[in-house]
Design a protein around this ligand. Sequence first.
Ligand code: ADP
Ligand code: NA
Length: 348
Amino acid sequence: ARSRTYFSGIQPTGVPHLGNYLGALRNWVKLQREAKPNDTLYFSVVGWHALTLPQDRNALLKAQTDMVALLLAVGLDPERSIIFHQNQNPDHLELAWYLNCITPVGKLRRMTTWKGRLADARNANDESEVDDSLLNTGLFTYPVLQAADILLYKATHVPVGEDQQQHIELSRDLADSLNRQLGAHNKEFRRTFPLPEAVYTPSKRILSLRDPSSKMSKSSPFEQSRILLTDKPEAIKSKIRKAVTDSNSEIAYDPINRPGTANLLTILAACEDAQPEQVAERYAGKDHGILKADVIDAILELLRRPREEYERLIQARDYLDRIVEGGLFKARSASGKVMRTVRDRLGM
Ligand code: ADP
Ligand code: NA
C-alpha cells in the first residue's frame, strides 16, 4: 500500500471539550499509534480559522498555547506527528488564494456551515430576510482555507467528524480543479495533488448537556455546560448531575425522542468503545441517577491522565515552544517544496 499523509486541524477557540476529545483528538492518537513507518501525520492549531469570528488577542494567545499542551497531553508524540501553528506558515494563505480563484461562489453559498451562520445572524438580528452583509468574507471562504490546509501537505487522509463531510468533498473538488489548471500544458501535472479522503471518527456526535438539540461546542458562548479537558473532578460531577434528561424513569437509547438520555449513553459507550444500544441494555430497570454516576466515573477515568499531563506541560513553556518550532520547520520544509511547484505550474 502507498504511504499515507494525514492532516487535521483544531481551532484555538478555547479549551477542547469532551466532544472534541471523543470525536477528534482521541482518534488522532489512535491513527498515530496505528500509522505505518512511512506515513506522515500533521496536526495543526489553525489560528487563521479562529479569526473568522471576533477574538480577544490575549485569549487567543492563551488558547494557542493551551491547545499545544493539550495535544501533547492527550498523547500526540512530537517525534511521530508534526504539531504546528497554521498561522505561522504563510504558505497556507498563498495556496488558499489560488484556490479562491477557482472556487465558484455558488459552491460556498451551499455550505451548510455558511447557511448555519447566516441563520444565526438572522436570528440575532431578528430579521426574516437572509442578510449576508452581517458576515465577513473570511467566514464565507473558510472552507477554501481548510482545503488549502489539507492540500498544502498533499494529505491523503483527513481525520474529521461527520459534520465536516461537505468540506472534505469541497477539498476533493478543489484538488481536482487545481490539478487541471496546473496540468493545462502537461498531462503529468494533472496528478499534482492527491484527492484527500475523510477518515470519520467511529463514535457518535456528543451533544450539549444543557441543550441536547445542539452539539457540545467550544466556540459557542451560550454553551457553558461543556466538559473541558482541563475540568477538575468536581466540575465534571456537577455538569453531569445537571445534564438534562427527561421524566421517563426507564433508561433506553432513543436519540430522537430522548436526546438527553441518549447523549449520556453515547458518552458512556464512547468511553468504553462500545455501542450505546448495548450499553443501554445494562440499565434495564435502573434510573438516571445510576446512569449519571457511571458516566461520571467513566469520564473521570478517561480524562484523568490528559488533565494531569496538561497541568504538568502548561508549566513547561520553553518545551512547548520548542515543539511547535520543530513542527513548523518540518511543515514549512514540506509546504515550501509544494508551493514552488505550484507557482511554477501556474506561471506565478
Ligand atoms: P468546535 O466546533 O467545538 O469549536 P472545532 O471546530 O475546532 O471544534 O472542531 C475540532 C474537531 O472536533 C472536529 O474534527 C470536529 O468534528 C470535532 N467535534 C467538535 N464538536 C464535536 C462534538 N460535539 N462531538 C464530536 N466531535 C466534535
Ligand atoms: Na467549529
